[in-house]
Design a protein around this ligand. Structure first.
Ligand code: ZN
Length: 851
């Protein structure tokens, strides 16, 4: 059953109002829904349902028997143009292991409806272009569920006298059902207030279980900062009197932007220095901001259909990236975002699951919450901003919000608003919405010393992807600059070149010395650039480029070239990399976080992405050889960097974070050097740390060690944090990422640990997901890693198909490996496919991976 974008038809019926009545109970929750429906076109009223049986159906208050079930949906042929439909169903939240719809987590009840979970709660046209006003009444046992929350504003509440109580909420903003939410539980709130630009007082609440209350301050600060930021930068104000966030331990993804009632995976709310790393703190601020920003980019203006998902996700990711960039170093944030784009989106774009940011077809929409829709989607909107410039881009977003407020829009609407506000023609740019695959750009610079000129020749090609054999050239905004090789000075201003043909030549005048090319500065286009720059040129740029991203990029390219060459030849010349790192370390003017990023080697998997056939053993060996050479050659420098980044007491500031980051990197290189005191330094840091960043940083080093310190540290860590599920996840992940030879056996054993369970998505990802990222262990030549992943995914598919299907892509990359590994991987895909009763989520992912 393939759903196609071209098949979109407006609905036959609208539902302007819905009243929902919940009699909440984990075993049996009765849901009564009353829908006012109005005719919009020809056809029956189709109310989607998934696993629901109607207990009763009323039409205009009268029992009605003339209905049928089609694929779980309740279908009624109705005369006339307006009716009131009432249905009653009973559902069992406690048995809901998919975590879609209404489910139980830690004794509380909560919902997740995006994309198609609402149909597991009640019969309703579950499509985002149906916008309704919601009134919600909940009844529940008062002792077990003292707190009852839903979207919008609280209206009334009371006691039933029999140990039960009730609450009523009403949301004045029409919304699609994927934004519906309720929470019932034993929760406490961190409360605060925010006064909007126009003077509205908003009551903020972050709801958690009582012992977690002390860990909510960082999230609350991030929420207030986001609210002020969106007013200042995008002119967007909050629109209800309350804004609630609830943290739950069992959650399929990061968080959800339900109107006025965001529900979060607790890992994106709870933090204190002892249990959360800087990375966690940053992630919390980013996700709190992301979900808050959805109130405009997603909720006030929503999506017409799920093919438009990037309309809200790509744009909102860009907004959260800009927000995070404004909180600390924008350059470091950009580097992190590009690193993760390359780690997750580039491989997707180069594999069997490649799709455009606006797909043409899907089988299961849950499979399309991808790095392409989110992160490449953000890059596409970022390019529009770059092409238009800040003022016109803001005019474009203002126009988009005002024109489409209260409606379900399309990606096309967004682009048209940008064109109308700016006068810029984006016709050819629209190919970014249509074509999958990462464009490749090759650049050759030629210098004509006589005439003081240089010419830059550019070519581009977009590789074929499934279903798209030939491609048109893309519009690539490329930021360019030339530097003089002798003086180190810029030879031109930064130029923004819109490269929209297969090939182009650009001329630079007054090039008075040999020029070195700085291209795709700031990563202005999400492409792969190949140049003829030498190691010396790259080392030069790593020291002289004035764009921090380009500087980082030059260093990465130098490392990549070195590693790819040594994988090919079996030995490498490491001198240029070592020199460049030494220079970067010696530059005191640089932000420590930047230095930490710049001196970090590209990951095993990114090195593999550069190769025709990935050889995980050779890559690992080449990377380790380079790492230990860097460690040995610069050991005094690493020791100095380590000593200079020692901090007094924990502070969460950009400066302190930068020092901690560099400290962990330095420790890694000290260990890589083979220094005999490395374990002792790591163990001391592990024991003395007053924060999780340093403690886990030390553990990440110790976990690769052959000494008894590894076992000791793991035991101490486990015993200290055994009651904290989020930290226990780190304990599993750190072991799954170890480079030791016995990691596979350790992981197999951990899968039988009493704290391991597939029913909690965080825990499943912490062990199984992390293991599948460990290039060395997962790609063991005997295929044991592949078989293990397949076993786990087959088991998980029965419990939670969405989470299982998300973890399949590492196996789907089989074509990239040598024949033996490829066959072993493919055999596991075949085995998964042969399992009876496989979910449609998994069927789509496996089917595409094999075809
Ligand atoms: Zn989102």
């Amino acid at each position: 059953p393939v759903i196609r974008r071209s098949d979109y038809r407006p609905p036959a019926w609208h539902v302007p109002e819905i009243a929902l009545d919940f009699d909440l109970d984990p075993q049996a929750t009765r849901v009564t829904a009353t829908l006012s429906v109005t005719r919009n076109g020809e056809g029956p009223l189709r109310l989607d349902g998934d696993g629901l049986t109607p207990r009763s159906v009323l039409v205009d208050g009268t029992p009605h028997n003339d209905w049928r079930l089609e694929d779980g949906a309740l279908v009624l042929d109705l005369p006339g143009d307006a009716h009131e439909i009432t249905t009653e169903v009973v559902i069992e939240p406690q048995a809901n292991t998919q975590l879609m719809g209404l489910y139980a987590s830690g004794g509380n009840l909560c919902t997740q409806c995006e994309a198609e979970g609402f149909r597991r709660i009640t019969f309703f046209p579950d499509r985002p272009d149906i916008l309704s006003r919601y009134r919600v009444r909940m009844v529940a046992d008062k002792a077990r569920f003292p707190v009852l929350l839903a979207n919008g504003d609280p209206v009334a509440s009371g006691d039933l006298g029999d140990g039960r109580h009730w609450a009523e909420w009403s949301d004045p903003f029409p919304k699609p059902c994927y934004l519906f939410a309720l929470v019932a539980g034993d929760l406490v709130a961190n409360r605060a207030q925010f006064v909007t630009a126009s003077g509205r007082e908003v009551q903020l609440g972050i709801w958690v279980r009582a012992p977690d209350l002390a860990k909510t301050d960082h999230a609350m600060r991030a929420l207030k900062t986001s609210m002020a930021w969106d007013e200042r930068v995008y002119g967007r104000e909050y629109d209800l009197d309350v804004f609630n966030i609830v943290a739950v331990d069992d959650f399929n993804f990061g968080a959800m932007e339900n109107k006025g009632l965001n529900i979060f995976n607790s890992r994106y709310i709870l933090a204190d220095p002892d249990t959360a790393t800087d990375y966690d703190y940053d992630g919390i601020a980013a996700v709190v901001a992301h979900e808050y920003f959805h109130n405009w980019s997603g909720n006030r203006v929503t999506c017409r259909d799920w093919f438009q998902l990037s309309l809200k996700e790509g744009f909102t990711v860009l907004r959260d990236q800009q927000f995070s960039g404004d909180q600390g170093s924008a350059a470091v944030k950009r580097i992190e975002d590009v690193r993760s784009l390359r780690a997750s989106q580039f491989p997707e774009d180069a594999g069997p699951l490649a799709h455009p940011i606006r797909p043409d077809a899907y089988q299961e929409i849950s499979n399309f919450y991808t790095a392409t829709i989110y992160n490449k989607g953000a890059e596409v909107v970022r390019m529009i901003a770059t092409i238009l410039g800040p003022t016109a881009f803001r005019a474009g977003t203002d126009l988009y919000f005002s024109r489409h407020d209260g409606t379900a829009a399309t990606c096309e609407d967004f682009v048209v608003a940008m064109e109308d506000a700016s006068g810029v023609d984006l016709s050819a740019f629209r190919r970014w919405y249509e074509q999958a695959g990462t464009p490749r750009v090759s650049a050759t610079l030629e210098h004509f010393p006589g005439g003081g000129r240089a010419t830059l020749s550019l070519r581009q090609a977009v590789p074929p992807t499934p279903g798209q054999q030939t491609k048109q050239p893309m519009v690539l905004p490329l930021k360019l600059r030339l530097f003089g090789a002798e003086t180190g000075r810029p030879l031109s201003d930064e130029r923004l070149f819109l490269f929209d043909q297969d090939a182009a030549t650009i001329t630079f005048e007054t090039v008075t010395e040999r020029p070195v090319l700085s291209i795709n500065r700031g990563f202005s286009a999400p492409v792969i650039v190949e140049t003829d720059r030498t190691s010396a040129d790259l080392a030069f740029l790593s020291a002289h480029d004035d764009d921090p991203f380009a500087r980082y990029e030059a260093m990465q390219q130098l490392m990549l070239d070195t590693l790819v060459a040594s994988v090919a030849s079996g030995h490498g010349d490491h001198a240029a990399v070592i020199d460049a790192i030494a220079n970067t370390l010696a530059d005191d003017r640089l932000d420590r976080a930047f230095v930490a990023e710049a001196v970090l080697l590209p990951s095993d998997s990114f090195i593999g992405d550069q190769m025709g056939v990935v050889d995980p053993d050779a890559i690992f060996a080449a990377r380790e050889a380079l790492r230990s050479d860097i460690g040995r050659a610069l050991l005094p420098e690493w020791r100095a960097a380590y000593a200079a980044t020692e901090a007094d007491a924990f502070e969460y500031t950009p400066d302190a974070k930068g020092k901690r980051r560099l400290r962990t990197v330095a420790l890694g290189y000290i260990a890589a050097s083979g220094a005999s005191d490395a374990d002792a330094i790591a163990f001391a840091q592990f024991e003395q740390a007053d924060n999780m960043t340093d403690r886990q940083g030390a553990l990440m080093t110790l976990v690769n060690s052959d000494s008894d310190d590894r076992i000791a540290a793991l035991d101490i860590f486990y015993n200290r944090y055994r009651d904290n599920p989020l930290v226990l996840d780190k304990w599993f992940t750190t072991q799954a990422l170890s480079t030791r030879a016995d990691t596979f056996e350790q992981v197999e054993e951990l899968a039988g640990h009493r704290d391991f369970t597939l029913t909690n998505p965080n825990r499943a990802r912490a062990l199984i997901g992390a293991f599948s990222m460990n290039q060395k262990a997962f790609h063991r030549a005997d295929g044991a890693g592949y078989r293990f992943l397949a076993d786990q995914l087959i088991a998980l598919d029965r419990i939670n198909p969405q989470t299982a299907a998300k973890m399949l892509p590492p196996l789907g990359r089989w074509r990239r490996f040598d024949r033996t590994r490829g066959e072993l991987m493919r055999a596991q895909l075949d085995r998964i496919l042969s399992v009876p009763g496989l979910s449609k989520d998994m069927l789509e992912q496996v089917g595409k991976s094999l075809s």
